[in-house]
Design a protein around this ligand. Sequence first.
Ligand SMILES: *Cc1c(COP(=O)(O)O)cnc(C)c1O
Length: 363
Amino acid sequence: MSVLDLARPEIRAMQPYSSARMEASGGEVFLNANESAWAPVGDDGLGCNRYPEPQPAALVDALAALYGVRREQLLVGRGSDEAIDLLVRAFCRAGRDAILIQPPTFGMYAVSARVQDAGIVEVPLAADFTLDVDAVLAALTPAVKLVFICTPNNPTGQPVPRAAVERLAQALSGRALLVVDEAYVEFSDAGSVAALIDRYDNLAVLRTLSKAWALAGARIGSLLANAEVIALLRRIMAPYPLPLPCVEAALMALSGWGQANARERIGIVCEQRARMQTALRRLPGVREVLPSQANFLAVRFDEATVVYQGLLAAGIVVRDVRRYPNLGDALRITIGTPAENDRVLAVLKSPAMDGQGVAEGAA
Ligand SMILES: *Cc1c(COP(=O)(O)O)cnc(C)c1O
């Protein structure tokens, strides 16, 4: 059995779009793609009058080296969001197949499933936000084609132990593709499971340059998976997904200089995370700071609404995650610069933020 047997048969059978750029090989004068022969103003040698490479070789090589996979095991696209969407579209037949997720978790898995009219099987995380592998396996139905796990999880911050990932990959073999979202793995002690894709053909890993690599605005994400899965997704991907300026920005970030910079910033974030965790735990009105291996903290408050509003009034926007199961009193606070974190703490320590001040203000 091939892992592609899990994919939609009509996608496997379809003839993909063949772009001018794909068909071209060699040549010097390009009159094949109806592009402008002239560069736009301010182009500065970038060549934006030409369509970009569908999968820019230099970027694919740099990312494959970074993540420790072979280039045919990597698909680069517009953020991990695009990879999530491509996976759902390639593996889930509308109205018939399903994905499995563990709430509270990242919202895009369910959004992509709904767009595709795929079902959503929910297996909530345990009360301490750990993943229950047995519960996931027990909830599995033949309709489930994709199992998403997020490690460290957004919005809670906990990683899924490697042993649990392996157990799932093994148990799902021949039944479903296991998609491990490692958007925050650079901030974690856990390490990536990317090396396991050689062992499990049904394992896929999502990585992104949006968080630790400071490139959320460039929209560069990667899917690491079995070469056959990557080739299948390329069939349905937009012909030219990656804008040239974004590819340039990514190559700069992945240069020696860029990597040193990213490592330094990751170190600062981890330091600041520890500092904020300690400081927040000491504040009155803070019920709990969830242990986090990501670049954010989920914090439970006695009065989450008051805190949210108080921060907002001081110009600080945090994420209200109270709609998530088991997080009805929580806000998610991203780790900022030391000065930004100071501002958060100053507001939370201000008199308006303790119960007394609020009661007085309300009176
Ligand atoms: C931020 C985030 C991503 C990244 O999405 P991009 O499209 O790459 O920006 C993916 N997964 C999770 C869980 C995230 O929190």
